[in-house]
Design a protein around this ligand. Structure first.
Ligand code: FMN
Length: 188
């Protein structure tokens, strides 16, 4: 198993943070990998609001019902999409593009031994309104999520989500259910 595979399998949502500082170099790395994500037509419709002020982190934790851990995070990255970039049938592509950017942030946070978790803003109108208002986002900028980042307290463990029954060989109703051997079964 190579190092990237190990990292992906090790990543987990972290919701309990200890005090820590995050260096400018670490923050820069997280933003650089976010912007390295694939995007439809390479449109890169993302913006990132970095929140470090403890009052704002506390305010967001009070406004977002499933993001209480923001109050103990060192900082948060709010991943936002410019909804005017993709048009027509592709108008929703900002969601996929910003999700890919988010996953890059989550994986590289893990690689830096930082804890992080995707907490939803989109598609919940009350959470979108709360984040937009707290961060003074313009109307065409949609917050996809808020990612609290800090030092993991070490309580969370990666989940094993391997489900061979979710794999379909050649067509949906394949007679052969054991289509893929779990090559990692012995090494995990
Ligand atoms: C679209 C999306 C929304 C999520 N929203 C929240 C949230 O609001 N609060 C939270 O604590 N976790 C949230 N999560 C994290 C999931 O709960 C987490 O990824 C899932 O339980 C699997 O755990 P793992 O990340 O440790 O593998 C969200 C994840 C995704 C992809």
């Amino acid at each position: 198993m190579n190092n990237l595979t190990k990292l992906i399998l090790r990543r987990k949502s972290v919701r309990r943070f200890a005090d820590c500082s995050i260096t400018d170099a670490q923050l820069n790395t997280l933003l650089r990998v976010a912007m390295a994500a694939p995007s439809a037509k390479n449109a890169q419709p993302w913006h990132f609001v970095v929140v470090e002020e403890s009052e704002t982190l506390l305010r967001l934790s009070q406004l977002l019902p499933y993001a209480k851990m923001l109050s103990s995070a060192t900082l948060a990255i709010v991943v936002c999409g410019d909804t005017t970039i993709h048009q027509g049938e592709g108008a929703q592509n900002w969601i996929m593009d910003c999700s890919a950017a988010t996953q890059n942030i989550l994986l590289v946070a893990e690689s830096l031994e930082l804890g992080a978790v995707w907490t939803a803003a989109y598609p919940y109108s009350d959470r979108i309104d709360a984040v937009s208002s707290a961060l003074q986002l313009p109307p065409h900028i949609m917050p996809l999520n808020v990612i609290p980042i800090g030092a993991p307290m070490g309580v969370e463990r990666p989940l094993d989500k391997w489900k061979p029954e979710r794999i379909h060989k050649e067509r949906w109703n394949s007679a052969d259910s054991a289509v893929v051997n779990d090559v990692f079964a012995e090494s995990l």
